[in-house]
Design a protein around this ligand. Structure first.
Ligand code: PEP
Ligand code: MN
Length: 364
C-alpha cells in the first residue's frame, strides 16, 4: 500500500524564515567548547544562517574517539538561541537525548544515519516525542534502503509528529570512491517524488567527506530542487575533534553560499509555461508510444514462448540474450545513450519476457 504522511508545511514550522532558499542549517560537527560554539555561531549568524547545528552526542565508529561533550553542551547551544536569536538543532538517538533536548529548549532535532537504520531506536524516539511540537529531520539510513527510510518517517508520523523532513547524506559503500559516501541521488529523488511536500535537505559535508567537494555537491542538491542544505562549519576546522577534513570556516561557508546558483522550483511566466507544456506534450506522446511498443514486443515474446513450448525448448538461451544486449549497447552508443542505462532498461524488459514465457510453459 502507498504510504501517506500527514505533514505540516515547512513554512509553518516556525524555524525558517518565509521564502528563503535554500534553507540553511550550519554549525560544527560537534560542540567542543563554549568559545568554539559561540564563535562559530556568531560567524554563521552574520551570513544569515537560521539554524545552528551542533552534535552533542556523537556516534563514532571506534571507541575512545571524541564521543561528544554530552548534556553540558546543551547549555552552550541554549546560549546561541538566547543571545543570538538563532534556532538550534542537534542529533538525537535515544529517549534520554530527547528529554534533555526538551529541557534545554532545542528547537529541532535530527535522527542520524546509523539510528535511522534501527527501527527499535526510531520507535523509542517517536514515543518520546509524542505530544511535543519539535520538528524532526530524518537522515537516510547508512544502507541504501528506501523502505527503511520511509519506515522511520512512518513511525514518527504515527506518533503524531507532523513537522517532518529528511536529510540526504549518502550511503556507506565498500567501493573506493572520492566521496566519503555513495551519493545514490536516485534514491533521494524517488523519496522526493513520493513525498513532494516534505522538506528535503542535503548534507554535502557527510556526503563528500571533504570540504573540497562541498561546492559541487551543494550545487547538485540545488539543481535537483532540494529545499535546503545542512553544512558543517567550525571556527577552526583543522583542529576540530571530529570530521576535521569536511568542515569549513564560517567565512569560507559565506564564499560557498555566494557561489551557488539557486534555481526556481517553477515559473509563472506565460512564455515558459507554453514552451514547457509543448515539450511535456511531446514526452506524453513518446511515453504512450513506448507503452504500445512494449506491449507489441511482449505479444511477440509470448508467441515465442508458445512456439518453444510446442517444440519442447527451454526458455532461456543465455548466449542469445548476451548477444542481444551487447548489440543494443553498441547501437545505443551511437545515439550517445549510456551503456548502463540501456543495460538496465533491456534487462528489465528481458526479465519480464522470461517471466511471461515461464507462465506459458507452466500452463497445461
Ligand atoms: C552528523 O550530522 O553529525 C552525523 C553524525 O551525521 P550522519 O548521521 O549523517 O553520519
Ligand atoms: Mn560530522
Amino acid at each position: 500500500m502507498e504510504t501517506k504522511l500527514d505533514l505540516v508545511p515547512v513554512s509553518e514550522w516556525g524555524i525558517f524564515p518565509e521564502g528563503q532558499r535554500p534553507l540553511l542549517i550550519a554549525g560544527p560537527c560537534s560542540a567542543e567548547s563554549e568559545v568554539q560554539v559561540m564563535q562559530t555561531a556568531r560567524g554563521l549568524k552574520s551570513l544569515g544562517v537560521n539554524v545552528f547545528r551542533a552534535g552533542i552526542w556523537k556516534p563514532r565508529t571506534h571507541p575512545n574517539n571524541f564521543e561528544g561533550i554530552g548534556t553540558p553542551g546543551l547549555k552552550w547551544i541554549q546560549r546561541v538561541k538566547n543571545e543570538l536569536g538563532m534556532k538550534v538543532a542537534t542529533e538525537v538517538a535515544s529517549e534520554k537525548h530527547i528529554f534533555d533536548c526538551l529541557k534545554f529548549g532545542v528547537d529541532m532535532v535530527w535522527i542520524g544515519a546509523r539510528t535511522t537504520a534501527n527501527p527499535f531506536l526510531v520507535q523509542e524516539i517517536a514515543d518520546a516525542l509524542r505530544d511535543t511540537d519539535v520538528p524532526v529531520l530524518v537522515k537516510n539510513p547508512v544502507n541504501p534502503d528506501l523502505d527503511l527510510w520511509i519506515g522511520a518517517l512512518e513511525r514518527l508520523n504515527q506518533a503524531g509528529i507532523r513537522k517532518l523532513g529528511v536529510i540526504h547524506r549518502g550511503f556507506s559503500t565498500s567501493e573506493k570512491m572520492a566521496y566519503r559516501n555513495a551519493p545514490g541521488w536516485q534514491i533521494a529523488v524517488e523519496l522526493r517524488t513520493r513525498f513532494p511536500q516534505m522538506p528535503f535537505f542535503a548534507d554535502p559535508s557527510h556526503l563528500g567527506g571533504n570540504r573540497k567537494y562541498l561546492q559541487e555537491i551543494s550545487q547538485r542538491a540545488l539543481d535537483l530542487g532540494l529545499d535546503g542544505l545542512m553544512i558543517e562549519s567550525h571556527c577552526d576546522p583543522t583542529c576540530a575533534l571530529s570530521d576535521a577534513k569536511q568542515q569549513l570556516t564560517p567565512e569560507d561557508f559565506g564564499k560557498l553560499l555566494s557561489s551557488l546558483v539557486v534555481r526556481e522550483p517553477d515559473s509563472d511566466s506565460p512564455e515558459y509555461k507554453e514552451n514547457i507544456d509543448q515539450l511535456r506534450a511531446q514526452i506524453d506522446i513518446i511515453d504512450e508510444n513506448l507503452l504500445y511498443i512494449l506491449n507489441t514486443r511482449m505479444n511477440v515474446s509470448r508467441s515465442i514462448g508458445n512456439y518453444k513450448k510446442e517444440h519442447n525448448i527451454a526458455i532461456l538461451q543465455t548466449s542469445r540474450w548476451d548477444e542481444v544486449l551487447s548489440g543494443m549497447q553498441d547501437k545505443a552508443k551511437a545515439y550517445g545513450l549510456s551503456e548502463e542505462f540501456i543495460a538496465k532498461v533491456f534487462t528489465a524488459i528481458h526479465d519480464e519476457s522470461v517471466q511471461e514465457q515461464n507462465k506459458i510453459l507452466s500452463k497445461e
